[in-house]
Design a protein around this ligand. Structure first.
Ligand SMILES: [Cu+2]
Length: 158
C-alpha cells in the first residue's frame, strides 16, 4: 500500500497535466469554430435568397414536404426565397415532384392571394411545367401551394 502511494500521486499529476493540455487545445479549436459560424451566418436573416433577373421564369418541383428549386442557383434548395425587381414581369411555375396535386399561388403578408395569381390544382402540370405570369409588386410576399402549408416560400420585391 505504501509503495502505491507515490505512483498514484505521479499518475494523478500526469493526468492533471494532460487534462490541462486538452483544455487549452479545446479552447483554441472552440474559438476557431465560433469564428467560422459567424462568417457562415453573416448578414443572412435565415433561408437562402436568390435574385431573379427581370423577365425570368422561376421553376419549382412540387413536393408536399416543401417546394424544391428546379433551376439555376436555387436548384435543390427547399422553399428558396426569391428577390425580384419591383414593376418587372416574371413567371413562376412547377413540375411534378411527388405525384401529388399541387398548384402555385402568390400571397400577400396576410396570406391572401394577390390579384388572382394562382394556377389550378392538378397532379399533371405537364413536362414543361404549369406557369403563371405576374408583375412583381411589394404586395407579393409568398409563393404557396394552397393545400400544403409546407410548400410556402418568401418573395421579396425590391
Ligand atoms: Cu402542394
Amino acid at each position: 500500500m505504501t509503495r502505491n502511494n507515490p505512483v498514484s500521486r505521479r499518475t494523478a499529476l500526469k493526468l492533471t497535466g494532460a487534462a490541462a493540455s486538452v483544455a487549452v487545445l479545446a479552447g483554441c479549436s472552440g474559438n476557431g469554430a465560433d469564428a467560422d459560424d459567424t462568417n457562415g451566418d453573416g448578414g443572412n436573416g435565415g433561408g437562402d435568397e436568390f435574385e431573379i433577373a427581370a423577365g425570368e421564369s422561376i421553376l419549382l418541383e412540387g413536393i408536399t414536404g416543401g417546394w424544391e428549386g428546379a433551376d439555376g442557383d436555387y436548384e435543390g434548395v427547399q422553399n428558396p426565397t426569391f428577390v425580384l425587381e419591383d414593376g418587372e414581369d416574371y413567371e413562376i411555375g412547377w413540375v411534378q415532384g411527388d405525384g401529388g396535386s399541387h398548384n402555385v399561388e402568390l400571397w400577400d403578408e396576410n396570406e391572401e392571394m394577390v390579384d388572382g395569381y394562382g394556377t389550378d390544382l392538378t397532379d399533371d402540370p405537364g413536362d414543361d411545367g404549369d406557369f403563371l405570369e405576374f408583375t412583381a409588386t411589394d404586395e407579393i410576399a409568398y409563393y404557396r401551394c394552397n393545400p400544403h402549408p409546407d410548400m410556402q416560400g418568401e418573395i421579396r420585391v425590391e
